[in-house]
Structure formats: C-alpha cells, structure tokens
Design a binder for this molecule. Structure first.
Ligand SMILES: Cc1cc2nc3c(=O)[nH]c(=O)nc-3n(C[C@H](O)[C@H](O)[C@H](O)COP(=O)(O)OP(=O)(O)OC[C@H]3O[C@@H](n4cnc5c(N)ncnc54)[C@H](O)[C@@H]3O)c2cc1C
Length: 418
C-alpha cells in the first residue's frame, strides 16, 4: 500500500480553544502494512495518557504507532485547553502525590529537551482551608512525610502576602511553592512530537471498536479501512473508551461537562498575573483557578461535576448558570475582580470513575489489550507517571495495583480522590 505523509498545518482558531496542531507532527497512513510484521505496540488515543505511553514505550526501544482521530490535544479531548494544574497535595492518597512528584521531573525534562521550559510555570499552588478541613490536614501530613517543600500559612500571613484576596472563612492554607501549571495542549503535542523524534509513528485516523479473536487482538481497523497490526494495544481514549468498550465501561465511566472561565482584570492591574498570585484551590466550595498567563485572563473553574456530555457532538459554549456562579465567587474572593468581564470560556469533560482512581488494566478477555483512562478531572499532571507505569507493565507483564483495576470500578459514584 502506498504511504502518503503530510505535515500537520497550524490551524488558527480551531474549536473552542483555538488549539492549533503543532507543526512538526507528521501524519501517516497505513504504516503497519508497510512494515510487514506490524508494530510492537499500537496506542490508540493521543491525549496526555496515550502520548506519554507511546513516548515511554518508544524510549524503551519498542516500535510504536500512536493513533488519534482528532489529533493530539484536540479541542474535544480532555487534554485540550490552555492550562492544567500540577500539584503534589492529594490528601492521604499518597500514590498520587508520588506520581505528581515523578511526573513534574519528567515534564520538566521533556520541556527542556524540546526547548520549551515555559510549558511549565512554577507559579506555586495555594490550598485554602477552613478551620476543620480533613483533606488539607491530610495533605499537610503527606507533604511532610514525602519531604515536599511547602509552607503552612495562617490568616495574617495570607492577608499580608495576597491583599487582592478576601479570604472570608479561610483560616489557613498550604503553599506548594514548587508546583504550578502546565501548558495543556501544547504540552501534549510536545510529547507526541518527541515520541516521533524517538522513531515512533503517528497515524491520524479513528479506530473502529475492536473485535477479539481467540483471547488476543491481532489488529485494529481505522474508519478509512486501514489495518494496523501490533503485538500489544493500548486504548487511551479518554471519554471515548466507553464508546469503544460499552459492555465494560458504559456504567463505570461518568463523563461530565465541565466549564472553565477567564476573567479580565482591570487595565494595568498586575495582581492577578503569574508571579503575583499562585494557582489556588478552594475545595470546600469546589472551585479552583489559575493566574492570568499571557493575557488570556484569570482562570476560574468549578470542580463540581456537571451533567453528562457526548465528547463528539457537544456544543462547547459555556452556560449562563455556571457563569453566574463563577462571577459570584470571584467577586467575593477576589474583590478587585468584582464586575470583571468574562473574556473567554472553555467546555471540556471529566471522565470520572466511581471514586476518582484511574483505570489502568488489561481487557478481561484480551490479554494484549490495555485500557487506560478515567482521568477523573485530575489526570493531566500524571501523564508521565502513567506512561512509565504502563510501559513497565507491558515490558514485564506485572500485575496492576488493585486501585487501578477494572474490577474496582463501581457503577455508583462516590468520589474519594480530589
Ligand atoms: C476542564 C478540565 C480541567 C482539568 N484540570 C486539570 C488540572 O488542572 N490538572 C490535572 O492534572 N488534570 C486536569 N484535568 C483532567 C485531565 O485533563 C484529564 O484527566 C486528562 O486530560 C485525560 O487525558 P486522556 O489522555 O485520558 O484523554 P483525552 O485527552 O480525552 O484523550 C483521548 C484521545 O483519544 C482520541 N480517540 C478517542 N477515540 C478514538 C478512536 N476510536 N480512534 C482514535 N483516536 C481516538 C481522542 O481524539 C483524544 O485525543 C482537567 C480536565 C478538564 C476537562
């Protein structure tokens, strides 16, 4: 079969985010057929999980093809959008704190190699707490145990450091000075590009739901009819995993519509920019935000789960109802922003598991098929650690932690990971 290749072109203003596809990614067609024997591993889905898995497998010497229907970091995916928080605090869920630590190292290394150190912004992350706040108390204990740099700040110090915040009922906080945020879709495209530089291939195509034969999968077929053969397959399709494997996941994934707002600070007011204010989270009110970066606006996003959403067909326009809630909160907590205009919005989706733990497991009937997803609104930062984890399991055939197993995913939501 003839192989046609073309470079991705930069598209301006694509989707709700204006998320262009990074130049440098090379789109391939039907490469496995060209290679006769096929690939060692085919990774379906080039969000943050799939791109890092492909990168780590390729780095360990496997022949990898990464396949995506809409492109790495596209505006429909959960990995689209301008920014994602990376924090070390996770209450008493120490595994995620350790994964965040490891991931931050790998993100920085990747950005250094890519000549883009600015894709991580060390703005600091501030956990704002009420008097009784078990999650923040547990976070403090975990950060201490793991030796993560942090400061415990009481109300007078908070007021002195950030006079632009009205702390209201907040009596104390934890500052993680070495944490911050990642440039989301840019970062995913950087990972996918790097996987290609290491020798991996990229195929822009949507894969049809696979059909098992004899307990193993031999190939997948794209909607264009190309067949891609591989020894192992990883499906890292975010919310689409439930469309590909409805019998396993239709009741176990809760895909929710999440809205993000950008508020415009007054002219000349630099108090909401990176360096002047950290990323902040107010878990008691289920809301968090990021400093204004490059003039995009001060980000405020409710973390409360929204209604169900279809990732293919959803209209990605924010609602007046959520806007009212966000403006009310911002006006209370950040008085200089009272009456500030909304200068931008994004609609994305969380793919929640019952409790917020990721899904990383083999398909119960196909030995060589991995299902990786369930980012549950906190997965982005962990892309590198997930990449390492899945690559190691494929390499050594080891068991997965029971918390990631398909069997642990219940059909009723009870969130325990924040
Ligand atoms: C508003 C919002 C804010 C968030 N904030 C944070 C945060 O601050 N920090 C944090 O750590 N996490 C955050 N998250 C969560 C994080 O973004 C997600 O957990 C993560 O992006 C999930 O990545 P993924 O690779 O699993 O899925 P996705 O990014 O959705 O990627 C799946 C990919 O699979 C492709 N695909 C699907 N089906 C097929 C098919 N059949 N064939 C080929 N390709 C296919 C899609 O095109 C897509 O590119 C947030 C999420 C949202 C929505």
């Amino acid at each position: 079969m003839k192989t046609t290749r073309r470079r991705f072109v930069k598209t301006v203003g694509a989707g709700a985010l204006g998320a262009g596809i990074a130049p440098g990614l090379v789109l391939g067609r039907a490469p496995a057929v060209e290679r006769g024997g096929g690939y060692d591993v085919a990774v379906v889905g080039a969000g943050v999980f799939g791109s890092w898995i492909a990168h780590e497998l390729q780095r360990s010497g496997r022949r990898v093809v990464l396949i995506d229907g809409y492109g790495p970091g596209n505006a429909r995916s959960s990995s689209g959008g301008q920014t994602r928080v990376i924090r070390m605090g996770y209450g008493d869920q120490e595994i995620y704190s350790r994964w965040s630590l490891r991931s931050l190292e790998l993100w920085k290394e990747l950005f250094r190699r890519s000549g883009r150190p600015g894709f991580f912004q060390q703005s600091g992350v501030l956990w704002m707490a009420r008097e009784r706040d078990p999650l923040t108390v547990q976070t403090l204990e975990t950060l201490e145990r793991l030796g993560v740099r942090h400061e415990r700040l009481l109300r007078p110090e908070l007021e002195a450091r950030w006079p632009q915040i009205d702390f209201g009922p907040i009596t104390w906080a934890i500052l993680e000075p070495e944490s911050g945020f990642l440039m989301a879709f840019h970062a995913v495209q950087a990972v996918a590009r790097r996987a290609q530089r290491l020798g991996g291939e990229y195929l822009g195509a949507r894969v049809a739901p696979p059909a098992a034969a004899g307990g193993r999968l031999g190939e997948v077929t794209t909607e264009r009819g190309e067949k891609v053969r591989a020894g192992d397959f990883v499906f890292a399709c975010g919310p689409w995993l439930a469309k590909l494997f409805p019998e396993l996941l239709a009741d176990r994934f809760f895909t929710t519509r999440q809205e993000v707002f950008y508020l415009g600070p007054p002219p000349g007011d630099e108090r909401f920019q990176v360096g002047a204010i950290p990323v902040w989270a107010d878990f008691a009110e289920e809301i968090y935000g990021l400093p204004d970066f490059k003039g995009r606006g001060f980000k405020v996003a409710p973390d409360r789960h929204g209604p169900p959403i279809d990732p293919d067909t959803a209209e990605r326009t924010v609602t007046a109802e959520t806007a009212t809630r966000v403006l009310d909160y911002a006006g209370r907590r950040f008085p200089p922003l009272k009456g500030a205009p909304i200068v931008g919005g994004e609609v994305c989706q969380y793919t929640n598991t019952s409790n917020g733990d990721f899904l990383i497991d083999r398909h119960p009937e196909m030995d060589n098929v991995w299902l990786v997803g369930g980012g549950s609104g906190h997965g982005f930062k962990h892309g590198p650690a997930i990449g390492e984890y899945v690559a190691a399991r494929i390499e050594d055939g080891g068991a997965v932690d029971p918390r990631f197993a398909l069997a642990s995913k219940a059909t009723v939501q009870k969130r325990t990971v924040y």
